[in-house]
Design a protein around this ligand. Structure first.
Ligand code: IPD
Ligand code: CA
Length: 264
């Protein structure tokens, strides 16, 4: 597979490091796909959500491989591992674990590297399709080494991923298609490659680990990412903070989504 032949971040070829880590996780978790064993509950994570066996296997592998690099790690199940570094990897070893356990083939490994609070590289590996997405601030977003871009058009023709517990449901009547795929990291990558025109989660539920990689992908692909009030979304180095996410291919669709969320 071809990947961007650039070195990301500062001194490490992050594209090689993360791709090989994702492939290792894939080898370990693939036999667990859709099995009761993979979905077995083995504890609770730092946010109080259930940790499934597959989450644990994937996270242990990621941590074991990243630890020797001396960087801090923020990961969904264990939270913050402070190594005193100015670099922090914000990861979700399996985004879409419910899908994984239920045999729904939409889930991914999500990785975002920050220097202090500034993103320097992000990647997402969609296990079942072999799609490897990357983003580098100021240098664009890529799918298997090829540049990708959001696709915009008439809002009434848009396909939108929309998670809500009741807020903004008027949006459903203003776009053509609503999809809820159960792995927001993947859905943000789909927005970045033009398959969706917006991704909205208005439940104040997702965490930085779920969206850190995807937010950079969308921005580098030309999209806009805000909170529910239209303020630029800030992704903090945390596994616990809950947030709303409004990501859109263009300003027109963003405005419509914000109007509906505000109940105007
Ligand atoms: C979940 C997925 C899902 C979103 C949930 C997340 P997980 O991540 O991203 O799309 O609706 O809020 O928790 O738990 O499968 O890694
Ligand atoms: Ca997860």
């Amino acid at each position: 597979m071809e990947k961007g032949n650039y070195e990301a971040g500062e001194d490490l070829p992050w594209n090689e490091v993360v791709y090989s880590l994702a492939k290792d996780i894939e080898g370990l978790v693939r036999p667990l796909f859709g099995t009761p064993e993979g979905g077995k509950s083995v504890g609770t994570n730092v946010s109080g959500d259930v940790t499934k066996y597959v989450d644990k296997v994937a996270e242990e592998t990621a941590i074991e491989r990243l630890k020797p690099l001396g960087i801090n790690i923020v990961s969904e199940e264990v939270g913050f591992i402070d190594r005193g570094s100015e670099y922090t990897a914000v990861i979700d070893p399996i985004d879409g674990s419910y899908n994984f356990a239920a045999g729904i083939p939409i889930f991914a490994f999500s990785f975002a590297l920050f220097r202090k609070e500034r993103p320097v590289y992000s990647a997402l590996y969609e296990f079942m399709t072999g799609r490897y997405y990357e983003a580098i601030p100021g240098r664009g977003a890529y799918l298997n080494g090829n540049p990708i871009h959001v696709s915009s058009g008439r809002p009434e023709m848009a396909a939108v991923s929309f998670y809500t517990r009741g807020a903004g449901t008027g949006l459903i009547g203003r776009v053509k298609r609503v999809r809820v795929l159960g792995a927001i990291a993947v859905e943000l990558a789909y927005l970045a490659r033009g398959a969706l025109q917006a991704v909205v989660d208005a439940r104040n539920y997702v965490r930085p680990t779920d969206v850190a990689a995807g937010v950079l992908l969308v921005r580098e692909a030309g999209g806009i990412v805000t909170d529910e009030k239209g303020r630029e979304l800030r992704v903090h180095l945390s596994a616990e903070e809950n947030m709303n996410v409004v990501a859109a291919a263009d300003e027109t669709l963003l405005r419509i989504i914000l109007e509906e969320l505000e109940g105007r």
